[in-house]
Write a protein that binds this ligand. Structure first.
Ligand SMILES: [Zn+2]
Length: 78
């Protein structure tokens, strides 16, 4: 009888552990959807799309990297 109770207890703890992991996964998913909600901007030189927070802004335009921003500063737009 004691053995059955012990097995039931282990099973209950296992179920509780699984449901906790599932709810943790749900919070991770909502964090991911927040990340994908960031605005995407286009590099003014090569048209590569980058997240606004990763892009470099200069004179109201966005760039994917320092080199492309410097190209605009030199006035060598192709
Ligand atoms: Zn670029």
């Amino acid at each position: 009888m004691l053995r059955i109770l012990l097995i039931a207890l282990v099973f209950a703890v296992f179920i509780a552990f699984l449901s906790r992991r599932q709810s943790a996964g749900k919070t991770n998913n909502s964090e991911n959807s927040k990340l994908t909600a960031t605005r995407i901007v286009k590099c003014a030189l090569c048209d590569v799309h980058v997240a606004e927070e990763d892009a470099l802004e200069s004179k109201g335009q966005f760039f994917c990297c320092v080199e492309h921003r410097q190209n605009l500063d030199k006035g060598s737009l192709q």
